[in-house]
Design a protein around this ligand. Structure first.
Ligand SMILES: *Cc1c(COP(=O)(O)O)cnc(C)c1O
Length: 512
């Protein structure tokens, strides 16, 4: 590890090491107004160790750093459950239009009708795709949408005076954010095991459902990449017990145009716009996790939501009428809070720039295009599964949806982490590893629809070659990656003793 760190240290100097006293990267014109000394009470710090560098050094430094990264624009990124599809540049072009990028969040409604119309039409598009009655664009991420949805379920039960319901059931294949959201909302998370086919175990679900169950959170397709075959029975059992069903919509990419979650009994669900709808994500954001609900839960949605009001109707009789048709002209857009709204979960209107990108994507694809997205995502995953299926164990072998789970224990002494790290040498971002938790040595692969057949075959080829190496020269895997700027890191130590700033690196240097 020490040698690898020395390597980055010499090849990639920290910006502080480029610093020379008096060097500047900015030229500020002479002041054309009189100078005034700052009032004495403003604390001016002079002890900040800021680097003194020229503009060119800054440009080179950050451009070089950016090229050390893996990104969807440079490499295939088959990170399971994350839907790392290509982010079309037209999305960014749309979000950069001055009418969108320069609009101030405090503008009165009359001066931002165009932006409100976009939000309204995005809400309508998500309603159409999901079958829900209403959508709120407020939440900033999938996990944030989960929290909003679980708070809505809580508000619904409390509203009816039903205070006994404190438990929320979650299948054991669920994403970690599900139990976290449940606890944050004040409920107890309870795990439901999966059966041999990877579905929710119906008999156990039945046993656990009673009048203390507030609801169930379910991901479909689940994180094994499998369609929940008994979804209608699952939602039926929960409803019969008086509970509600939260859909984790992170895997909606597989269903676009084929299944509307509301039709199979999901009451409330989030959409990950940064997954399914091609807006950029990674490194913690930015994202957007709008939440949609059926008629029962729509009154509890977070606000504000955009609605359209027929302007003609207002003018003639002063009465407001909610416009049912999906149309822009002749309407006025205004913000409102649903009747029993849980309130705000985000400042202003959600992550507006991301919402513009998602809407641009939806318009670009159109209904047929979105359906084709689901088809190709599922086709690509099944093709890849077929290509590697002889060398990698696939614990649940029925046809998959947009992703599948293999295992990385391909030879004695070889672990999933070894396969993942070796893939970096072949120019591929590794799949998701050690998740879902119910598969030992899990390698969760989601190719997405945007990869070509050639790329998928090249990726399969790399996995097959790694399986070969695992048998013949396992040290190649144990010591991987070999060709990256940083070698195999001590991940345990990184988690326990994170080094987050320049001063702390001295601590690291001291231990070399
Ligand atoms: C990504 C993901 C989430 C969380 O979404 P974020 O936008 O990352 O907060 C939840 N569930 C599943 C299944 C996911 O894949």
């Amino acid at each position: 590890m020490a040698t690898k760190n020395q390597r980055i240290h010499t090849v990639e100097p920290f910006i502080w090491e480029l610093s020379a006293p008096g060097r500047v990267g900015a030229s500020i014109p002479e002041a054309d107004v009189p100078e005034y000394p700052l009032p004495g009470e403003i604390p001016l710090r002079t002890d900040l160790p800021l680097p003194e560098v020229s503009e060119l050094e800054v440009v080179r430094h950050f451009t070089r750093l950016s090229r050390l990264n893996f990104s969807i624009d440079t490499h295939m990124y088959p990170l399971g459950s994350c839907t790392m599809k290509y982010n079309p540049k037209v999305n960014d072009a749309a979000a950069s239009l001055p009418g969108f990028s320069e609009v101030h969040p405090l503008l009165p409604e009359d001066l931002c009708q165009g932006s409100l119309e976009l939000l309204y039409r995005l809400q309508r598009a998500l309603e159409t795709l999901s079958g829900f009655t209403a959508v709120s664009l407020q939440p900033a991420a999938g996990a944030h949408g989960e929290l909003a949805g679980v708070l809505m379920i809580r508000a619904y039960h409390l509203d009816r005076g039903d205070t006994k319901r404190t438990r929320i059931l979650i299948p054991d294949s669920a994403h970690g954010t599900n139990p976290a959201s449940v606890s944050m909302a004040g409920f107890t998370a309870e795990q439901i095991p999966s059966d041999k086919r990877g579905n929710v175990d119906l008999s156990i679900l039945r046993q656990r459902c009673d009048d203390t169950v507030a609801g169930l959170m379910i991901t479909n397709p689940n994180t094994l990449g499998l369609f929940e075959e008994n979804i209608e029975e699952v939602t039926g059992i929960v409803h019969e017990a008086g509970g509600l069903v939260y859909g984790d919509g992170a895997n909606f990419n597989a269903l676009l145009g084929y299944l509307r979650p509301a039709d199979v009994g999901i009451d409330v669900m989030h959409f990950n716009l940064h997954k399914t709808f091609s807006t950029p994500h990674g490194g913690g954001g930015p994202g957007a996790g709008p939440v949609g609900a059926n008629a029962r839960l729509a009154p509890y949605l977070p606000g504000p939501i955009v609605r359209s009001i027929g302007s003609e109707t207002i003018r003639s009789n002063g009465r407001k009428r909610t416009e049912g048709a999906f149309q822009g002209h002749g309407s006025r857009y205004t913000l409102f809070y649903p009747e029993k709204s849980i309130g705000r979960v985000k400042a202003f209107y959600g992550n507006f720039g991301i919402l513009v990108r998602a809407f641009a994507y939806i318009l670009q694809m159109g209904g047929d295009g979105l359906r084709a997205v689901a088809e190709h995502a599922v086709l690509n995953a099944n093709y890849l599964k077929h290509l590697i299926g002889n060398r990698y164990r696939i614990p649940y072998s029925r046809p998959c949806m947009h992703e599948f789970v293999a295992t990385g224990d391909i030879a004695p002494g070889i672990h999933t982490m070894d396969v993942a790290k070796r893939l970096l040498d072949y120019g591929f971002h590794p799949p998701t590893v050690y998740f879902p938790l119910i598969v030992k040595e899990a390698l969760m692969i989601e190719p997405t629809e945007t990869e070509s057949r050639q790329t998928i075959e090249a990726f399969a080829d790399a996995l097959l070659r790694i399986a070969e190496e695992a048998a013949t020269s396992p040290e190649l895997l144990h010591e991987a990656p070999h060709d990256t700027p940083v070698g195999r890191l001590d991940e345990v130590r990184a988690a326990r003793e994170p080094i987050l700033n320049r001063r702390q690196t001295e601590k690291l240097e001291g231990t070399r």
